[in-house]
Design a protein around this ligand. Structure first.
Ligand SMILES: [Zn+2]
Length: 93
């Protein structure tokens, strides 16, 4: 799917604004529930509750939550789009 550079630049700006807003409201990690602390680090990451790859809304505040970067990264591993592990082609036996 092609997209214009101008559009992605606007999106980046919009995302920075929304991200700052979400983080300003965040007092505890949306994933592990703990506040910012020395072990888990600051709450400086924003997680999409429903991953974009699964149709989650990119800029919907209801789909966003602040969290630890560490928590987001470990969750990110699970939020990858499902890979197609088999492509069934017609086959003559
Ligand atoms: Zn966390």
């Amino acid at each position: 799917m092609p997209y214009a550079d101008k559009q992605s630049e606007l999106s980046a700006r919009k995302w920075r604004r929304i991200r700052a807003y979400v983080l300003a409201q965040t007092t505890a990690c949306g994933i592990c529930g703990k506040p910012a602390n020395a072990v888990d680090g600051p709450l400086n990451s924003v997680d999409h509750i429903v991953p974009i790859s699964r149709g989650g809304a990119l800029y919907d505040l209801e789909n966003l939550r602040g969290c630890h970067l560490r928590c987001n990264q470990s969750r990110g591993a699970d939020a990858r789009p499902p890979k197609v592990d088999r492509i069934i082609t017609s086959r003559n036996w």
